[in-house]
Design a protein around this ligand. Structure first.
Ligand SMILES: NC(=O)c1ccc[n+]([C@@H]2O[C@H](COP(=O)([O-])OP(=O)(O)OC[C@H]3O[C@@H](n4cnc5c(N)ncnc54)[C@H](OP(=O)(O)O)[C@@H]3O)[C@@H](O)[C@H]2O)c1
Length: 290
């Protein structure tokens, strides 16, 4: 008798909004058993209601990636309810805007605690069983900011460069055990991350408006608005790329998402730093003060 195959279990961090949520819904529709993790109880309740309404195998789960106990509890819950985790998507993240000089140490720490240490915390909790079972996929949410760095995004970009380095090591370390480690590198996609970044900037208002970097901040916002206006790529498009990466027989090490990601990848490969810098300076109107 032909048995229905057991659905593969997916854990997505930061899956109550934006790119993670779109991936959670797509994978659940595709038949994966999805655990969609996030901190906000309200967003989790909304997601559960949506899953019930659509009749898809998705359960929201409380998890703060910055908290050891929370990560440990969430992973135990997934294992109790569904057994092994087949696919981990390290997606939870946030972005600060701020120049290197302006940003407070506490904000640098929070940036890294969420985007980098949070990813390590979840990965370390999931990897041992994947290694022992010699199977699994780990998707790491990077960014074009993990490849190049615009001004006023040093902290965020550094956290994504750190994710690139970590993932490059993990990909090699997992190779003997058949666990696939895949970087996802989106360009600008409209989600809540941009609104949260603006909220996080409030304490810096004075510096932003009248400090020595006011011009750079103003170009950053203008660039963000332009990105919003012309960003044709949606969270759902990004989810499709993640699905493609999970289901590929031989997945690539990294998947770009959005035309900007392709442009950045090629500029980085083909041009010297001086030319990449010149392009960024032109985009941000950065000229030498005389
Ligand atoms: N949108 C873009 O243009 C873009 C481009 C490149 C890369 N990315 C990356 O894509 C990922 C998702 O971003 P997004 O654009 O979808 O942002 P988003 O809409 O703000 O969603 C972020 C998600 O992360 C969760 N989250 C935040 N802090 C968390 C924490 N400490 N513990 C657990 N969950 C946490 C949020 O839920 P709770 O607040 O409920 O916890 C939310 O579900 C991030 O890693 C981001 O850097 C985004």
């Amino acid at each position: 008798m032909n048995q229905k195959p057991t659905p593969r279990t997916v854990l997505i961090t930061g899956a109550t909004d934006g790119l993670g949520k779109a991936a959670a819904l797509l994978l659940a529709k595709r038949g994966y058993r999805v655990f969609a993790a996030g901190r906000s109880a309200g967003k989790r309740a909304q997601l559960d209601a949506l899953a019930r309404e659509k009749g898809i195998p998705l359960e929201a789960l409380a998890m703060d990636v910055c908290d050891d106990a929370s990560v440990c509890n969430a992973i135990s819950t997934v294992r109790d309810r569904a057994g092994e985790i087949d696919v981990l998507i390290n997606n939870a993240g946030m972005a600060y805007i701020g120049t290197v000089e302006d940003m407070a140490m506490a904000d640098y720490r929070q940036q890294f605690e969420t985007n980098f240490f949070g990813t390590i915390r979840v990965t370390q909790a999931v990897v041992p069983r994947m290694r022992e079972r010699r199977s699994g996929h780990i998707l790491m949410m990077s960014s074009v900011s993990g490849l190049v760095t615009p001004p006023a995004q040093g902290a965020y970009s550094a956290s994504k460069h750190a994710i690139e380095g970590l993932s490059n090591a993990l990909r090699l370390e997992m190779y003997p055990f058949g666990v696939k480690v895949i970087l996802i590198e989106p360009g600008y996609i409209v989600t809540n991350i941009q609104n949260i970044a603006e909220e996080l900037l409030q304490p810096y208002r004075e510096k932003v408006e009248s400090g020595p970097y006011a011009k750079i901040y103003s170009s950053t916002f203008a660039g963000s608005q332009a990105g919003r206006a012309k960003s044709g790529t949606t969270a759902e498009d990004c989810a499709q790329i993640m699905l493609q990466a999970i289901e590929a027989r031989n997945p690539k090490a990294r998947y770009g998402v959005t035309p900007l990601a392709t442009l950045v990848k090629w500029c980085k490969r083909l041009l010297p730093d001086s030319q990449v810098d010149a392009m960024i300076r032109r985009r941000y109107g950065i000229t030498r003060d005389t």
